[in-house]
Design a protein around this ligand. Structure first.
Ligand SMILES: [Zn+2]
Length: 319
């Protein structure tokens, strides 16, 4: 489905199941060249849909430059493959370094799962069914953009805005003259964006929160999210997301006070999720424990909890 947002700017919705979500949005800024923002998964049926939508708008992927809001596969998989075939793709500088092999990517090795408190059976299962190798890519095709960079497409000036938190280098595009912000998964409606830990960043939640508040300084009338559509003003949604995080932090702290010294896995199995813990998939359990770890690190930064690491497992205690 294609929706016109404003002059030369279109939303193309690709139907695909992503956790609780049933589609992903990519955006097109029509011009010479055009700019495709995010690409979706690298799957034949999605590629056919994308090609059809682009053709109806009078362009094709070959005639588009590509910008990725972030490197998660539901947004970036196709573009990552095209980059390996020679296409130049722009993405936030940190993630460009990871994709170009100059910086270690998000860490989901066995040590990471052990530190969250998962047992060896779970870890074996995780690597059997979930973790897949990324296809090899040409190591020079990702161009990094930085906060404050400006791009020009379709007669619009696009300001790159660093919004790390949901991913290590997520970057949005702000079109000041229209009050439009293309924001990847930084702000979503109906679901809260996940904030998970990655290598070298111990407290992504404080970064995420800081970058939520940063958007209040921009005048955003239209937020174009990576999934679904905007259903209330951006500042209202930012307040809702911060308040929801606060409740999750409270619940995490209460669990620690009741349970004593606990690993992220132990806490994640007793707190509230949308679905009962025993019905979550292996990957959802890993993500849930990762989110809890992020909340725990935030509580440590506030002085509300202490962390110990023994035998590679991180455990936390309320202070
Ligand atoms: Zn994402």
């Amino acid at each position: 489905m294609t929706q016109k947002i404003t002059e030369n700017i279109y939303r193309i919705e690709l139907p695909v199941s992503v956790g609780l979500l049933d589609s992903v949005n990519v955006y097109l800024i029509l011009g010479e060249p055009s700019l495709l923002i995010d690409s979706g998964y690298d799957r034949e049926e999605l590629r056919t849909l994308l090609d059809k939508s682009l053709s109806e708008l009078g362009t094709s992927i070959e005639r588009c430059d590509i910008f990725l809001t972030h490197m998660h596969p539901d947004h970036a998989e196709l573009a990552i493959r095209l980059a390996s075939e020679g296409k130049t793709v722009r993405i936030g500088a940190d993630e460009a370094d990871m994709l170009n092999g100059r910086k270690k990517g998000p860490d989901a090795g066995p040590e990471r799962l052990r530190s969250l408190g998962f047992g060896e059976d779970f870890i074996g299962e995780f690597f059997r069914i979930v973790a897949k190798k990324r296809p090899p890519d040409d190591k020079s095709r990702f161009l990094g953009v930085k906060d404050g960079d400006r791009l020009l497409y379709g007669g619009h000036e696009l300001l790159c805005v660093g919004i790390a938190g949901h991913s290590p280098g997520q970057t949005g595009l702000y079109i000041a003259e229209k009050g439009i912000f293309i924001g990847g998964d930084h702000i979503l409606y109906g679901v809260a964006p996940s904030v998970n830990a990655w290598d070298g960043e111990q407290n992504p939640l404080s970064l995420y929160t800081k970058n939520l508040l940063k958007l209040k300084e921009l005048e955003i009338n239209t937020l174009l999210p990576g999934h679904r559509t905007m259903t209330c003003p951006v500042n209202e949604r930012i307040d809702q997301l911060i308040s929801r995080r606060g409740k999750k932090l409270d619940e995490t702290l209460m669990s620690l006070k009741r349970g004593g010294c606990m690993s992220p896995f132990e806490i994640s199995s007793v707190i509230t999720w949308n679905t009962r813990w025993d019905r979550l998939t292996t990957f959802q359990k890993f993500s849930a424990a990762g989110e809890v770890a992020v909340n725990l690190e935030y509580l440590v930064s506030l002085g509300a909890a202490e962390k110990t690491v023994e035998g590679g497992v991180a455990r936390y205690l309320a202070t």
